[in-house]
Design a protein around this ligand. Structure first.
Ligand code: ZN
Length: 263
């Protein structure tokens, strides 16, 4: 078991959104992701978000090594810290994507802590990009991974309040909503690959209101590798190339469908 927890879990009282009946099987890592969504109202700046435009050419992958700096993320009893592993993982995934011809942009290059919105802005400033946020779970079978996407249906948290009535829905906080369908498609493609490359991984992704994804105006997914609870990093480092290949294959398959207008 992991002794440490994602700091965003503090005060977390429940799953915000889950369109699948998985409530009782959610991992602590998933709770970490979902809890981060609670920060949305406080963290997101006011004002309209970027106008959603479906890009026809997809050549950029924005890789988000989650956490960093003062935000360590999940922490295991053996001393494994999520922020360290996500950065190492991002570099392995970057190399695999670049081998396939994608341009990769990292949301952080070192032990830094850009805000959720700074990370989203990096993706939103690209043309033809997808966004992949990399996490390490608190628990779960070592070497398995799960993909997440933002649910399409408005939630009580994402519905515009009375003060927003009459304003366009494409506010900053709903930037991901127009991309819900392609994001789900990307997550499904990714989960299939994860199931093949990382034995024991589930076959379907999960829809969760992940804060990292909410303000991204592009197809966006989060992937969480289990877990910081392992005794040493070896299983995580060993899983990195397989996870990287899964991401690269999924993005390549997504690119083909996306550019053909299938998403
Ligand atoms: Zn995390």
């Amino acid at each position: 078991m992991a002794s440490g927890r994602c700091p965003t879990e503090r005060g977390f009282s429940g799953i915000l959104v889950s369109v699948r009946p998985v409530k009782t099987t959610l991992s602590a890592g998933l709770l970490c992701l979902a809890a981060a969504a609670l920060l949305a109202q406080q963290a997101a700046p006011p004002g309209a978000g970027p106008t959603p435009v479906v890009q026809q050419a997809l050549s950029v992958v924005v890789l988000d090594a989650a956490h960093g700096g003062t935000d360590a993320g999940a922490r295991g009893e053996s001393g494994i810290v999520e922020k360290d592993v996500t950065l190492a993982l991002a570099r392995v995934v970057q190399a695999q994507l670049e081998r396939r011809g994608f341009q990769v942009v990292l949301t952080r290059q070192a032990d830094e802590s850009p805000t959720f919105d700074e990370r989203a802005a990096i993706a939103n400033g690209q043309r033809g990009a997808v966004f992949v946020s990399l996490h390490i779970a608190s628990t779960g079978a070592a070497g398995t991974a799960m993909a997440f996407y933002m649910p399409a249906a408005p939630t009580s948290e994402t519905k515009p309040g009375p003060e927003a009535s009459g304003r366009p829905l494409a506010r900053w906080q709903e930037a991901q909503q127009p991309y819900a369908a392609p994001s789900r498609k990307l997550a499904e493609l990714l989960q299939v690959q994860l199931g093949q490359k990382l034995r024991g991984s589930r076959e379907v992704p999960q829809a969760v209101a992940v804060r990292q994804l909410r303000t991204v105006a592009a197809p966006a997914v989060a992937v969480e590798l289990a877990s910081v609870a392992v005794a040493d990093r070896k299983p995580l480092d060993q899983a990195a190339p397989a996870l990287a290949e899964a991401v690269a294959r999924a993005v390549a398959a997504f690119k083909a469908a996306y550019e053909a207008g299938a998403n």
